[in-house]
Design a protein. Sequence first.
Length: 249
Amino acid sequence: MSSLQGKRALITGGTSGIGLETARYFLREGARVAITGRTAASLDVAQKELGGHVVTIASDAGDAAAQKQVSETIREAFGALDILFVNAGLVDMRPFEQFDEAGFDRSFSVMVKGPYFLIQTLLPVFSKPASIVLNGSINAHIGMANTTVYAATKAALISLARTLSGELLSRGIRVNVVSAGPIATPLLQNAGLHGDQLQSVKESIQSQIPLGRFGEASEIASAVAFLASDASAFTVGSELIIDGGMSQL
């Protein structure tokens, strides 16, 4: 039997990169899947790739008030929710002195505030048992230049996994984190890096990875699937670091 057979899953930011690959993996493992994305166009493309049975929800992950509608859509579509993968995010890399308040607030809204209130509004919808997996990052553990805000948001998520684990376990909800190192996804392009600048940054990052390569989205998806499945029933408040040794050596 597939590891997620019959499970009902919501993946935020499921239209590209790790989110889209995780949706593919969940579907192969027998789950029913809903994804969120910011635009109807991106959701349409993802649905064509994943299949028309996937539930698509247009939602800005940084809009705390909008998370209630996401919860209501899940209740209508699935009745209850077994798995939440909090994946939606952005990478805003700037030197410390160049960060402005608007950029700071946007990063924390998308990466921390929105997810916080999404989980809160989903509480009556979660099954018992249920699993929440948060997408962290090794940037919360290493002092990489130009990532002050990004790293702080990921550190907040990792802390949230621990505190929510203590608070929600009585409801049958486990919370864990997958913290990836550099993964071959469109995030760097989305951060505004292109051409020679993009290549230079990629080479610099790759030189810091002991395995000598970027990770693949499928490698993160399989880890998320493990934490989402009953196979990890004894795993609570944990952080699984998958970074090719970057933060360990």
